[in-house]
Design a protein around this ligand. Structure first.
Ligand code: DI6
Ligand code: FE
Length: 404
């Protein structure tokens, strides 16, 4: 049985809706009971029933919910530094991909790596995230592209959750690229690998959601729809890499299927945002990929705001388009590149990041009933988290969650 704990002498960024900027409470206090937050409020209003539990003073530090990185490709083998050099020499991401580099080169390295190698490589990246207060990480398959290798990636992802105090959420992304054995036969790849593999992985409890890459270098909207229909039959939520390099109307397809999120969205037509908004899907923006690919087309941020779409941000940690394992740096990029406010950036990695993973009500806010997953920071104000680049201002993470 975990000991009840009263945290006092802290400033809380509760991130609750309708509670003012950041849901800030100065002179705050929190009660942890079991795995959960039992009480959150001002230290001068602590209910008498908590008067004799253990107290920990936080010396005025800022407390936020544990951060959520809702879009990563954390498990992969190999390294693509050579492609980085090629891009610096003028080659585009798309050209490299068409020439057999890109995702397919990471597929080779991932297939060649053992489970333990994949695990050790992913642990390093996961520890980078944890050192910045991250407590929830979404991890996609997508570099195996055979049934067995895709499943291997998700098994590794699940093992990470046992090894570290984080929640891992998995996505089936077999529709990430067309493997060399299926070139010119994308539909056969979907019928023989993507859908049967999904059924098998789901039956092993390895799949929390189904994702795809809807792009002219990957899968068409019609092909993605076939995968979404299979996901629906299995009762699994969907999400989509949409409008990253061109407008394929993927976000609207995702919206029609009640997706958790549509991700990237640089080429989302502002005219389509109103329709997208009615679905309640989260717009996940990925400033690390925008930065790495030297993209100049901005996602339609103003239209997303205008129509009340919840915006999350994430690292997209992957070896090609977003070789970055720092969520705090990505928050800074969201502000500088996308003109988001520091409050929007923090919302994007707390409340809205949790919503993008279907975890609203458990993660992403400090409120009674939420899990007691917290980050304690050596900063005065939550805007500091987006402001500074480099180093981690994390004092410590607090995790009360039981192991799976
Ligand atoms: N879009 C991306 O930015 C990543 N995947 C995707 O669908 C890139 C993955 C890679 O280049 O390895
Ligand atoms: Fe991605």
């Amino acid at each position: 049985m975990k000991q009840d704990l009263l945290l006092t002498d802290c400033r809380l960024a509760t991130m609750q809706a309708g509670a003012g900027a950041y849901g800030l409470i100065d002179g705050g206090a929190l009660v942890l009971r079991g795995d959960h937050l039992a009480w959150v409020g001002s230290a001068d209003a602590i209910p008498a029933e908590y008067s004799d539990i253990k107290v920990e003073k936080l010396d005025g530090r800022l407390v936020t919910p544990a951060l959520v990185d809702c879009h990563t490709h954390l498990v992969f083998g190999g390294n693509r530094a050579q492609e980085f050099a090629m891009r610096q020499g003028g080659a585009s991401y798309e050209e490299i991909s068409r020439a057999g580099g890109g995702i397919v080169s990471t597929v080779k390295a991932t297939r060649a790596a053992s489970d333990d190698e994949l695990l050790q490589l992913a642990l390093r990246r996961l520890d980078d995230l944890i050192s910045e207060g991250v407590g929830v990480v979404e991890i996609k398959s997508g570099y195996g592209l055979t049934i067995e290798d895709e499943i291997r990636m998700l098994r590794v992802a699940r093992r990470l959750e046992v090894m570290r105090p984080v929640k891992i959420v998995t996505s089936w992304l077999a529709a990430h690229a067309i493997p060399s054995e299926f070139v010119g036969r994308a539909d056969a790849y979907i019928d023989e690998i993507v859908i049967p593999g999904l059924k098998q992985a789901a039956s092993e409890g390895l799949v929390d959601a189904v994702d795809g890459f809807c792009e002219n270098i990957a899968f068409s909207a019609a092909q993605i729809e076939r995968i979404f229909a299979a996901a629906k039959k299995l009762g699994l939520p969907v999400k989509l890499h949409a409008e990253q390099l061109s407008d394929q109307k993927g976000a609207l397809l995702a919206a029609r299927y009640g997706a958790l999120s549509a991700d990237h969205l640089e080429y989302l037509d502002g005219q389509d945002v109103e329709k997208f908004a009615t679905s309640g899907a989260v717009a996940v923006l990925l400033p690390g990929a925008f930065y790495t690919l030297k993209e100049t087309k901005l996602p339609p941020i103003e239209a997303l705001r205008l129509h009340g779409v919840d915006i999350a941000i994430a690292t997209d940690c992957n070896p090609g388009s977003s070789p970055i394992s720092s969520l705090l740096t990505v928050m800074n990029m969201a502000c500088t590149e996308f003109s988001m406010t520091p409050e929007e950036a923090l919302l994007g990695v707390t409340r809205n990041g949790a919503k993008a993973l279907g975890l609203s009500g458990e993660y992403g806010q400090l409120a009674p009933g939420y899990l007691g997953e917290l980050a304690v920071w050596n900063v005065d104000h939550p805007a500091d988290l987006s402001y500074w680049i480099g180093g981690s201002p994390l004092h410590k993470s607090i995790s009360r969650k039981s192991k799976p």
